[in-house]
Design a protein around this ligand. Sequence first.
Ligand SMILES: Cc1cc2nc3c(=O)[nH]c(=O)nc-3n(C[C@H](O)[C@H](O)[C@H](O)COP(=O)(O)OP(=O)(O)OC[C@H]3O[C@@H](n4cnc5c(N)ncnc54)[C@H](O)[C@@H]3O)c2cc1C
Length: 303
Amino acid sequence: MSTPSLDADVLVVGAGPAGVAAALMATSLNMKVLVVESASVGGKLQTIGALENVSGNWTTGPQLAEALTTDLARLEEAGRCSLVRSRAVRVKGHSDRAEVLLANAQVLTAQAVVVGTGVAAMTPSDTDWISAAPSLSTPPLWRATPEQIGPRTYVLGGDRPLGTWLRAHPQSSVTLHVLAPAADDYKLAEVSGDDRVRVVPVSHVAISQALHGTDFIVEVENRGGERSTYVATAVLSNLGNRPAALEGLAVDQDGYCPPDIQHPRVFIAGDLRSGRFQRITTAQGSGAEAALAYYYSTALERV
Ligand SMILES: Cc1cc2nc3c(=O)[nH]c(=O)nc-3n(C[C@H](O)[C@H](O)[C@H](O)COP(=O)(O)OP(=O)(O)OC[C@H]3O[C@@H](n4cnc5c(N)ncnc54)[C@H](O)[C@@H]3O)c2cc1C
């Protein structure tokens, strides 16, 4: 059904669970699909060490990511889909087509675009409660092994990967000192039964590199206004995410891209929709639904 002058029927931006589900559904409906991915197929799945809420007996994210990679490879071999390894920077809907501008200045065109770029990890400079030089390195907690966590390792923020990390390392007896603003209290409730977590409630944290050696100086102001200083061997980030919205998308006050306020040729799937439904199965469902929404919106034109 593809129009010869366009590159595809559907462009899918992001090959996480949402994007791959959109590509699978669209190709099953005989649509020609291009998937644009700037990193690895599987998206956030690569970061999930323990998985227990996805049907199909998947126990880790990388296992499921490998299966999605195989799905896309199968579609590519069948000539129904192509994977474009590039970063998309802008999306635009027109009356007769949708366009995606890539970082290399190439413009891809299609009847519709499904955007499933998810959310990106926040850094200390994205928050208003941490002061740190932009050059200061705070690697993500999810990537740390128990061996890399010492008695003077501090974790910035109480976002949900903390629970995933604890479930992924059930035998580890390390203590995680979590510096958490009040906004994270409801998330920390999920790990309150795990005595490996020591929460330090904070209103502000300033981090600097110690003058000598590799240690960090962590100056904490607690929620009562009292100040303490710690010397840390490592500081890890667990600050949550912000929507990875592309230029040209309509955004709400939190930076998310609600599907119902987009151009009619632009469909949003997965975590990018809202902070509320950030789960693998909802990403997959919304990806498939985005492809179907386009298919049925054009069904009358094809008969
Ligand atoms: C540590 C951690 C643990 C989690 N544990 C669970 C769990 O146990 N169970 C559960 O259900 N959910 C879990 N989640 C949430 C789950 O991972 C997400 O809900 C899901 O991956 C969202 O899928 P998505 O396709 O919307 O986005 P993502 O998985 O984020 O995929 C987005 C894709 O888009 C690509 N992309 C981004 N920007 C661009 C661009 N400009 N151009 C091209 N490509 C781009 C990215 O590289 C990525 O591949 C967890 C998340 C994290 C971080």
